[in-house]
Write a protein of this length. Structure first.
Ligand code: RNT
Ligand code: ZN
Length: 412
């Protein structure tokens, strides 16, 4: 008997069907953020990152142009089991034209669509409301100056058309996620006015009726940003209310809440009130630090909530981290594989049995069993998942990353 067969038997003792879990996980497309490959720099040559976010570190070998970024994404995907999506930012247009963000069109992203088509990937999109002269004071859709607001409204509209084009062309629905940095470092005199302007701007951005079959709209709130500590215009309450009233989705970034709050606990609530929920899975260490996602307790809890709510097809799982202090390809692979591991781990828990115990008030047995499940031979099932998808098992993928570093990254 192989290790996999033995492990399968042990799970069967708890009424867990391992084959079903493997099949369900194979159907999950994660959205891998392109911006881990170049520390959120993009292709516009506009200088430093702004918007109250920061990539720290200076590990060598970062991608400097689209060809390098695409090659690095290819390398990473070859080490990750399954078929996924790539999440782009507007600042990653592939064009020789001088085109500002308010005038971007689908054709400026055709190279990415070709890239995705050839590989059977989907694409998601994010308008870029930061690292731009018109966002120098960290105000965009809520800016008091109507001409600046106009620029960013047009950018938001352009981004929805681009995402719709991604979805229609690739036949994989595309998420267009709006996050704006707008906020104030110190206590503002007026919190209502900026929010009223953000609301009106969003109304304009969403005024164009596009094809809902291929375009999914979401809004990402935040508690605070660097240098924007006292007020975030697009707070969670703001977007939750806006989304509920306007038929768009919320996107929860796991780094955008107070440290003692858990996004895992929020998942079932959103699923009760919305058709779908979008996530930016990240790992905040003391602040919204965007560390690489690892197989930690909160990641497992998030995965458990998605699986228990039977919502693998209702939760759009995207990753959002950017660590510039380590090999960027290893960062992607670790984050993606960790998310998949967490989902598999969750799929191997007999949650219906545990829920029935909860109904009866048998909390002792729930605790005992939950502790036991932590020690079942999960790694053997994960290895099998990698084998099925022709992906390297255990840490053998890292030798391939090191070789790529020696032969490709070191020359940059
Ligand atoms: C910022 C948000 C946002 C960005 C990316 C680059 O706090 O999380 O999603 O990280 O769009
Ligand atoms: Zn995010």
């Amino acid at each position: 008997m192989t290790r996999f067969e033995t492990a399968k038997g042990l799970y069967a003792d708890y009424d867990v069907d391992v084959e079903t879990a493997l099949t369900l996980l194979s159907g999950v497309r994660l959205s891998m953020q392109c911006w881990q490959g170049d520390d959120v720099t993009g292709f516009e040559n506009r200088g430093s990152l702004s918007g109250g976010i920061a990539a720290t570190g200076s590990y060598p070998g970062k991608a400097r142009n689209y060809a390098e970024l695409m090659a690095d994404i290819d390398k990473a995907l070859s080490l990750i089991p399954g078929k996924h999506k790539i999440s782009l930012h507007a600042s990653y247009a592939v064009t020789t034209e001088k085109v500002d963000r308010d005038a971007l069109e689908p054709r400026h992203f055709s190279a990415w669509v070709d890239f995705a088509k050839e590989r059977g990937l989907g694409l998601d999109f994010n308008p870029t409301f930061f690292s731009h002269p018109k966002a120098a004071d960290n105000l965009t859709l809520s800016h008091p100056d109507p001409s600046i607001r106009r620029f960013w409204i047009d950018h938001g509209k352009a981004s929805r058309r681009i995402a719709e084009y991604f979805g229609k062309t690739l036949k994989v629905p595309a998420l267009n996620n709006i996050w704006v940095p707008d906020g104030y470092k110190d206590i503002p005199a007026d919190r209502y006015g900026p929010r009223a302007r953000l609301k009106a701007s969003l109304d304009e951005v969403f005024s164009e009726k596009l094809d809902k079959e291929w375009l999914i709209d979401s809004l990402e709130g935040k508690v605070f940003g660097l240098g924007l500590e006292s007020c975030t215009v697009g707070s969670h309450e703001f977007y939750m209310n806006y989304a509920a009233k306007n038929g768009v989705l919320c996107l929860l970034d796991t780094g955008h809440f107070h440290c003692a709050e858990f996004v895992s606990d929020k998942v079932p609530t959103f699923l009760l009130f919305y058709d779908k929920l979008a996530l930016h899975v990240s790992r905040p260490v003391r602040w919204d630090s965007d560390h690489v996602v690892i197989f930690d307790d909160e990641l497992k809890e998030i995965a458990k909530e998605i699986v228990r709510c039977n919502a693998l097809n209702r939760v759009l799982i995207g990753l959002d981290f950017f660590d510039a202090s380590i090999n960027r390809i290893a960062a992607w692979v670790t984050g993606m594989r960790s998310m998949q591991k967490a989902l598999l781990y969750a799929l191997l828990i007999p949650y219906q049995k545990l829920a029935a115990m909860q109904e009866k008030g048998d909390f002792t047995q729930i605790m005992v069993l939950m502790e036991e499940f932590k020690f079942l031979p999960f790694a053997d099932i994960w290895d099998q998942f990698c084998l099925i998808h022709n992906a390297p098992i255990r840490d053998t993928w890292f030798d391939l990353v090191k070789e790529y570093e020696r032969t490709v990254l070191a020359g940059r």
